[in-house]
Design a protein around this ligand. Structure first.
Ligand code: XMP
Length: 567
């Protein structure tokens, strides 16, 4: 039986990933594709429904992303969001002007006949969308004109403030971000919601299963939005919700076994969530045909190398061949005298595949495939929406330059078992496979490691200081039970020396910076309010236990204007 699937067509909207996530929260598999996906390809994919995203364009610009009118004639339910809703009105052939008869069926409102529509031809839908003198932006009261709509039936409303909307039964807050609006709804459609400034906040043609909303149901600022999307996915599209992580793991293990057969696979294991879960999945599939290379560049957190080895090494819980490369010296040597943050990043970024390549050479003739823990946001982000299928790893397969991949005779296409999963789904698969909770839920750690947490030149001495201070901070946060609510938290080392006094002696030591942030997407962040006593205990311990430090600062900068890391 074919798995249920919803496809999101990307018209340049910034929330496309969020839409896909919301659909998957209904346990329905969802993929994002460029808006240029052909009608034939869509038919082949046989989705249960299609969601058209928003986007910054206007339907009348020649360069604007568009779609074939056939999209609305395939019998597949379609939901247009924001720009997607305007495009639906525009491409469906808008037939009757908005007359304020909210919630009434087309026949009652006297919408143009099919003939009239045909006579008007292109001109009819040329008036479908208009540009408002002012944009509507932010949280907006949306009057629900048709509470019987499958999109709104579960939505909780309050009394609408719009006194003129006689048939309006209630309103709900939705997130708006638009200047253009639908001015004429197509034949067969009814208006199902409006706002004070937007005559068509939602419209639908239930017979053809075409639905459109001007607002963004996918964002948190639309509190009832999840119910609307669920209504589309489950009630309009008729999905049952068969996308489960347990069946994903089972199916993927089977597919990996079939694809890999008796060949060997090489995976770069960093100890981060993605590569860890990829290793667990591959280990279940092919056991000791899997070779995991863990490169310790000397800029890992305290005990991290040993922890990764204890889980994946010979004494660990997974069946695989584990190779630990202690490459500290190599990295530190190349970093001598380097103070520029980007140069430091670049050096580490170049050295890593070299070390990895050296190990891969030793396995020449044995390994056929490279594997990596690419996840869905990596795929989508590197594809920029238009070319979502072209991923960056083609130039950098499994962390190795493509020339080396060819020279070593590896297959050029990496094995990426998590390629279609979001982070929270990866975590669920990890738990299914028995990866310890601490590893599955660990906070993100940057690829260049502590290098982005040491301001100025990096030395083994400074790395040791920041490692010890970081360990103490994390330990104290954990003891106090406040770590679970934090997005990211760590100690960094500033480049500042200052005067202090210890005992009867003058000191001249380094300043450690503590940073803890609350964030859900890591794009913006707020400094966390850590209880004062926890900060004080941490400060005392760092000063007493970490040599070379005589001052501890807490960073209260939000992002923006700061970034989460110091460099
Ligand atoms: P910033 O500092 O940009 O960090 O606010 C946002 C998120 O990205 C991580 N980060 C990195 N991850 N290589 C990585 O793999 C890097 O060079 C890098 N710089 C920042 C950071 O830890 C945070 O989660």
């Amino acid at each position: 039986m074919q798995q249920e699937r919803i496809i999101v067509l990307d018209f340049g909207g910034q929330y496309k990933q969020l839409i896909a996530r919301r659909v998957r929260e209904c346990n329905v598999y969802c993929e994002i594709h460029p808006h240029t996906l052909s009608i034939e390809k869509i038919r082949e994919m046989n989705p249960r429904g299609i969601i058209m995203t928003g986007g910054p364009a206007s339907v009348y610009d020649e360069q604007s992303p568009t779609c074939s009118p056939e999209l609305f004639e395939m019998g597949i339910p379609v939901l247009g969001i924001c720009y997607g809703s305007q495009l639906m009105a525009y491409r469906c052939g808008a037939a009757h002007a908005v007359d304020g008869s909210h919630g009434k069926k087309d026949a009652e409102t006297g919408g143009a006949s099919v003939d009239e529509n045909a006579q008007a031809g292109y001109a009819a839908n040329a008036e479908a969308v208009k540009t408002a003198p002012v944009s509507e932006y932010g949280r907006t009261e949306v009057m629900i004109d048709a509470p019987d709509s499958l999109l709104f039936q579960d939505v909780v409303t309050v009394n609408a403030s719009d006194e003129n909307a006689k048939e309006t039964v209630g309103s709900t807050i939705c997130w708006m971000s638009h200047t253009d609006y639908i001015a004429r709804v197509p034949e067969g459609f009814r208006i199902t919601a409006h706002t004070a400034n937007c005559p068509v906040a939602a419209m639908e043609n239930p017979v053809k299963k075409l639905y459109a909303v001007q607002f963004h149901p996918e964002v948190e600022h639309t509190p009832e939005g999840k119910k609307m999307l669920r209504g589309f996915v489950m009630d309009v599209c008729g999905c049952r919700g068969d996308w489960e992580m347990s069946s994903f793991a089972e199916r993927t293990i089977k597919e990996l076994r079939e694809k890999i057969g008796d060949k060997h696979v090489l995976l770069g294991l960093s100890g981060g969530v993605d590569s860890t879960v990829a290793a667990a999945l591959l280990s279940k599939a092919i056991g000791d045909q899997l070779h995991c290379v863990f490169v310790d560049h000397g800029l890992m957190r305290k005990n991290e190398g040993d922890e990764v080895e204890s889980i994946f090494g010979p004494k660990g819980n997974f069946d695989l061949q584990f190779i630990r490369v202690n490459a500290q010296e190599r990295f530190f040597k190349r970093l001598i005298g380097q103070t520029d943050p980007e140069t430091k990043r670049k050096i580490i970024g170049e050295e890593f595949p070299r070390v990895f390549g050296d190990e891969a050479r030793k396995l020449k003739g044995k390994v056929r495939y490279l594997a990596q823990g690419t996840i869905y946001p990596d795929v989508v982000e590197s594809g920029d929406g238009k070319t979502s299928d072209v991923i960056k790893s083609h130039h950098n397969v499994g962390g190795l330059p493509i020339e080396l991949v060819r020279e070593l005779g590896f297959d050029e296409t990496p094995i990426e078992p998590l390629r279609m999963l979001f982070k929270d789904e990866v975590r669920r698969v990890g738990l299914e496979l028995g990866v310890p909770r601490e590893l599955v839920y660990r906070q993100p750690f940057p690829g260049p490691g502590l290098a982005v947490r040491i301001v100025g030149e990096i030395t083994p001495y400074k790395a040791e200081i920041v490692r010890d201070a970081d360990y103490i901070f994390r330990e104290e946060l954990h003891k106090a039970g406040v770590d679970e609510n934090l997005g990211q938290y760590f100690a960094a080392l500033s480049n500042m020396h200052s005067v202090g006094v210890m005992g009867d002696h003058r000191t001249y030591g380094l300043a450690v910076v503590l940073r803890a942030v609350i964030t859900s997407d890591f794009m913006t962040a707020e400094a966390a309010e850590i209880p004062w006593n926890v900060l004080q205990t941490t400060m005392n311990r760092i000063i007493n236990e970490v040599e070379g430090v005589n001052r501890v600062l807490y960073d209260i900068t939000s992002k923006p204007p700061g970034t989460i890391e110091l460099e």
